[in-house]
Write a protein that binds this ligand. Structure first.
Ligand code: PMV
Length: 320
């Protein structure tokens, strides 16, 4: 028996980094998917993927992991954490294949989508009745193990889909927002650092100087105002708030020269707003555009390896 699922990636519209400290964020689940298949297998678990894409190539036997030459170290760690999170599913006996149109770690929640897709595929194959919310929670456990500190934002966006409001009150509150079509242009740039190291760098800065805590707090306020702008369909205000969010990321020191230039070029090309999305260190840039064509060209000129235009969010993880 084989189960195939697809798990969407995401773009953070507001509140990356500050969401790790419980402040609100707005995330858009992208209709760009990681495909995961799980197949019943004899007595071992094999995880494979094309070298240039997900670069996974390892065989897990009960007491040892054989790592193939294609497997990147951080991905191996990722997969072993997935196994840990889903231990209770008695994993041995499954072959998993992962296919991604983007490099994992591109800054669009690709690693969260790998976790969501793998957890979903294995649980369905094992006949377990696990709903999307539980898939999100299990995959979040993986994110926490890998990153050391992680918000439930990326895994919720991948599992549940839509446009989500994420905020920690007593508990984490995850609320779907109803958003009309919105023109987003997304550029993917070379990622120079991992999300885990960027999250740790920001934590270090917060410890060192209380002014960084003010920046994080302000990002929460920007997200709150952005929610009102989204609900009022006030795109001009929303664009301005994206620029403000980007300025805060610059202040946190997570923006590279290339992505900073991409934001400026996108705005010069007519975008209402633009910002880095996700942890930074390169990665993704998102722009809000009335006319996406010149903005997409500006992203390419500034060095984007891939450019996407999207207007509607995905519906979350799905069986194929
Ligand atoms: O760069 P990405 O897509 O991995 O997003 C990370 C988002 C952070 O807010 C920086 C971390 C988190 O856990 O929310």
């Amino acid at each position: 028996m084989q189960v195939r699922v697809r798990a969407p990636t995401k773009v953070t519209l507001f509140g990356e980094h500050s969401v790790v400290y419980g402040y609100p964020a707005i995330v858009f689940s992208l209709p760009i998917y990681i495909d995961v298949s799980a197949t019943e297998h004899d007595d071992i678990l094999i995880v494979t993927g094309p070298a240039n894409v997900s670069s996974v190539d390892l065989v897990i036997k009960e007491d040892r992991i054989d790592v193939g030459p294609k497997t990147k170290k951080y991905l191996m760690r990722y997969i072993s954490y997935i196994l840990k999170a889903i231990e209770r599913f008695s994993v041995p006996g499954i072959m998993i294949e992962i296919k991604s149109p983007l490099p994992v770690g591109a800054g669009l929640g690709t690693s969260a989508a790998v976790a969501v897709g793998t957890v979903a595929a294995i649980s369905i194959l094992k006949g377990l009745n696990v709903d999307k919310m539980e898939i999100a929670k299990l995959a979040w456990e993986v994110e926490k193990l890998v990153q050391g500190r992680a918000s439930p934002m990326d895994t919720a966006a991948s599992a549940l889909g839509g446009v989500l409001w994420i905020e920690k009150k007593e508990e984490w509150n995850i609320e779907p927002l109803s958003v009309d079509e919105i023109n987003l242009v997304i550029g993917v740039f070379e990622k120079q650092k991992t999300t885990a190291s960027l999250v740790a760098e920001v934590a270090e800065k917060l410890k060192r100087n209380r002014l960084y805590s003010e920046v994080i707090k302000l990002m929460g306020e920007i997200a709150r105002e952005a929610r009102r702008a989204l609900e009022d369909r006030d795109w001009k205000r929303l664009g301005e708030l994206m620029k403000l969010n980007h300025a805060m990321l610059e202040a946190l020191g997570v923006v590279t020269e290339e992505t900073s230039r991409a934001v400026h070029y996108a705005i010069e090309a007519g975008a209402l707003g633009a910002k880095v999305s996700g942890a930074g260190g390169g990665g993704a840039v998102v722009a809000l555009a009335e006319d996406p064509i010149p903005v997409a060209s500006a992203m390419k000129v500034s060095g984007a390896k891939k450019v996407f235009t999207v207007s509607e969010p995905s519906n979350g993880v799905e069986i194929l």
